[in-house]
Design a protein around this ligand. Structure first.
Ligand SMILES: [Zn+2]
Ligand SMILES: [Zn+2]
Length: 182
């Protein structure tokens, strides 16, 4: 194979460049690149390579987050995700769970009631949570999405969609856990 075509094939498979990007780099037309690389049947090799890259990128980000080198939001921005929350669910789906090393919130606070790990349903915690709900309800949420739907009662398109997606993801995760048990 022509040395130049070999280089282009590597750029296509390993760096994940598109025909158009390669064409620009090598001063060719997009069609010409297609004529050269198309017959080599590289599509599945490219897909496999990009999957590994994505997984590796996620893994690397996960390790940095857990080591406290970057915040979830920062890592999300670096990887091009809309928010820390969306990166968190992508990581979760890939089997990497980001848990904050949180302290136990005291009784009589909404955070204690809402904590996944320390959730308490005593009378004090219930009351604090009710008060918090009443306080936030109907206000403009700082971020629209699942939290806007639940905590602020916002029913805009983004909040509805966020709520729907979170419920769906939770159901899917539950189903997966069940399947593993069986
Ligand atoms: Zn309590
Ligand atoms: Zn909203």
């Amino acid at each position: 194979m022509d040395e130049r075509v070999q280089q282009m094939a590597r750029a296509y498979v390993e760096q994940g460049l598109s025909y158009a990007q390669i064409a620009e780099e090598y001063g060719l037309t997009r069609q010409r690149v297609g004529q050269l690389l198309g017959p080599l049947g590289l599509a599945s090799a490219r897909e496999a390579a990009s999957k590994i890259t994505r997984e590796q990128r996620l893994r690397a980000a996960y390790e940095r987050i857990m080591a406290g080198e970057v915040t979830l939001d920062r890592a999300a921005a670096e990887l091009g995700y809309a928010s820390g929350g969306s990166l968190r669910s992508v990581l979760y789906d890939a089997g990497m769970r980001v848990v904050r090393d949180q302290e136990e919130p005291p009784h009589g606070t909404a955070s204690r009631y809402r904590s996944r790990r320390f959730a308490c349903r005593c009378e004090e915690c219930r009351r604090a949570n009710r008060e918090k709900c009443a306080e936030l309800m109907g206000r403009e949420p700082p971020n629209h999405g699942y939290s806007g739907y639940i905590n602020y009662g916002c029913r805009c398109k983004v909040c509805k969609e966020g709520h729907r997606i979170t419920l769906r993801n939770r159901k899917a995760a539950k189903r997966r856990r069940k399947e593993v048990k069986v």
